[in-house]
Write a protein that binds this ligand. Structure first.
Ligand code: C2E
Ligand code: MG
Ligand code: MG
Length: 261
């Protein structure tokens, strides 16, 4: 326990320094319309570029940040960086109607001034709020039902779009899901992986898509890696896909090429 405590403190100090030294970067993974492969938007995904050049994936530091308040300054940086990038892209490609999705963690949801921070990130760049989409995991939403519902309603009132991330990995109350002002369900990649060779997995995915549509939500299938999966998802009427089949998370410059093309 002691070793872990020391590791946690060390990592926290490293992350604070990383923030000061601007060592974080956002990569952007395309979200595409399954019907015609058109670009619908990007999900912003954080990476930590250490001074020695190594790129640290979020799984190695975000969960720990979420245990402490470190996620607050980092989450704030992500939100502002994504908005700055969106503003640049809208300036260069004013006719695009893409959205940028940003992941929000539970602690950010609980942050008293979250709404103010989000509004400020948008307003300071005169961004239309409907271009920003916030992703909250199913477990974050469901484990904090009353709080989430209040905040999601306020974000929705601000015209910001909302997605439930990693859907299927937590425990949703359907009664509660029905009342949430959510635009999009993101079906977790663990379900998508099996759809072409496991009839039950396919059944779960198809039923989830029907459920989403009945609740007035659209669907993004995560982790699409093969043409066969994409074909199956299309036959289930899933609107959007995200995964290595279309593109890996890209550095901003490479993502921009897709806007230009
Ligand atoms: P997520 O939000 O569900 O993001 C999707 C993850 O799936 C990304 O991993 C992405 O690279 C990966 N992925 C996309 N397509 C495929 C595919 O076809 N196959 C496979 N095997 N994986 C695919 P990444 O970038 O490592 O992020 C992992 C998680 O870290 C994210 O899951 C999210 O929960 C968290 N995360 C990333 N950036 C942020 C952030 O800025 N804030 C917060 N709070 N969490 C973040
Ligand atoms: Mg996400
Ligand atoms: Mg996900």
């Amino acid at each position: 326990m002691r070793t872990r405590a020391v590791q946690v403190l060390q990592l926290e100090a490293d992350l604070r320094r990383a923030l000061k030294r601007r060592e974080f970067e956002l990569h952007y993974q395309p979200i595409v319309c399954l019907a015609d492969n058109r670009l619908a938007g990007f999900e912003a995904l954080i990476r930590w570029r250490k001074s020695d050049g190594t790129l640290v994936p979020p799984a190695d530091f975000i969960p720990l940040c979420e245990e402490t308040d470190m996620i607050l300054p980092i989450g704030d940086w992500v939100l502002n960086e994504a908005c700055a990038q969106l503003s640049t892209w809208l300036g260069r490609y004013p006719r695009t109607n893409m959205q940028i999705s940003v992941n929000l963690s539970v602690r950010q949801l609980r942050q008293k001034d979250l709404l103010f921070r989000v509004r400020d990130a948008l307003d300071s760049r005169r961004l239309p709020p409907e271009r920003l989409k916030l992703e909250i995991t199913e477990s974050a939403v469901m484990d904090n039902a009353d709080l989430s519902s209040a905040i999601l309603n306020e974000l929705n009132a601000m015209q910001i779009s909302l997605s439930i991330d990693d859907f299927g990995t937590g425990y949703s109350s359907l009664n509660y899901l029905r009342r949430l002002p959510v635009n999009t369900l993101k079906i977790d990649q663990s379900f998508v992986r099996g759809i072409t060779n496991d009839r039950k997995q396919a059944g779960i995915v198809e039923s989830t898509i029907i459920l989403a549509h009945k609740l007035g939500m659209d669907v993004i299938a995560e982790g699409v890696e093969t043409h066969e999966q994409a074909r199956q998802l299309r036959s289930f009427n899933a609107e959007y896909g995200q995964g290595y089949l279309f593109a890996r998370p890209l550095q901003a410059g490479d993502a921009e090429q897709l806007l230009a093309g």
